[in-house]
Design a protein around this ligand. Sequence first.
Ligand SMILES: NC(=O)c1ccc[n+]([C@@H]2O[C@H](COP(=O)([O-])OP(=O)(O)OC[C@H]3O[C@@H](n4cnc5c(N)ncnc54)[C@H](OP(=O)(O)O)[C@@H]3O)[C@@H](O)[C@H]2O)c1
Length: 274
Amino acid sequence: MDLELSQKTAFITGASGGIGQAIARQFFAEGANVIVHYNRNQASAEKLVAEFGEDRSLAVPADLKDEDAVSAAFATAGEKFGRVDILIANAGVWPPDHVPIHEMTAQQWQSTMDTNLKSVFLCCRQFIQQVAEHNIEDPAIVMIGSTAGVYGEAGHADYAATKSALISGLNLTLKNEIVRVASRGRVNVVSPGWVVTPMAQKFTDDGSSIRRALSTIALRKVASPDDIAHAVLFLSSTRVAGHISGQALTVSGGMEGRKLYDDDQLDVDSAIPD
Ligand SMILES: NC(=O)c1ccc[n+]([C@@H]2O[C@H](COP(=O)([O-])OP(=O)(O)OC[C@H]3O[C@@H](n4cnc5c(N)ncnc54)[C@H](OP(=O)(O)O)[C@@H]3O)[C@@H](O)[C@H]2O)c1
């Protein structure tokens, strides 16, 4: 089926990373122009653009915590393709160390807020400003959340809090704001469970973590980046998702939540009241 993305320009943040790269490839295959955003990993972004060709793709750097860098990135995209129709707010960090909140520094908390949440605010603001400027009729935003924002994640309160904010507060507010600027504008979230990417390396290298996670997943498998990209493409397309807005689509193989304890940590006798 034609998703009718071929006349569109998609700005994909974090396209130098695992999931972003898969999203960029799928948009390109659908005929869209692709802005391949990166922060530090210029080589990865430029490799993708070399693969796509410069007619329909452009590598754009920005530390998305930085207001001026975000506006410069959108200006560069606008110079090349005229306008941006679709924003995929995918860039983010998952601090890999397990740090309970009573041991977390304020610096770590703030850094995760800035990278995962302030960056999305800045990108959405810039995107919607240029939607108004160019009178784009059916713009779409897809933000990448996480099951951490649905179930929480012990040892990662900072990360989980940023993802909940995208899934609920920002998603549900922006879907009502964007239509005041563009009558067919839509905002949605895709929330992955575990996905095989560099971000999840520490998890995928640890057999016991994988076993614990798989015990909560109906399909008993971890996602590939393409599994996430397919859901993003679907929600970006006015043709197939034109009446879907303010939704958070969880792509996690049927995850039920978290396994909190191993068998040897449970005492059945003391668990039942007399
Ligand atoms: N992998 C999973 O299991 C999983 C699960 C649930 C949700 N997610 C979410 O999926 C998204 C993509 O994750 P991934 O697995 O593809 O991770 P990844 O491979 O580590 O990629 C992360 C991307 O974010 C970019 N980035 C990081 N800090 C940035 C900053 N300050 N400014 C601009 N860009 C920045 C990186 O850019 P550079 O590399 O160029 O610096 C990179 O492109 C994230 O939002 C993540 O939270 C991932």
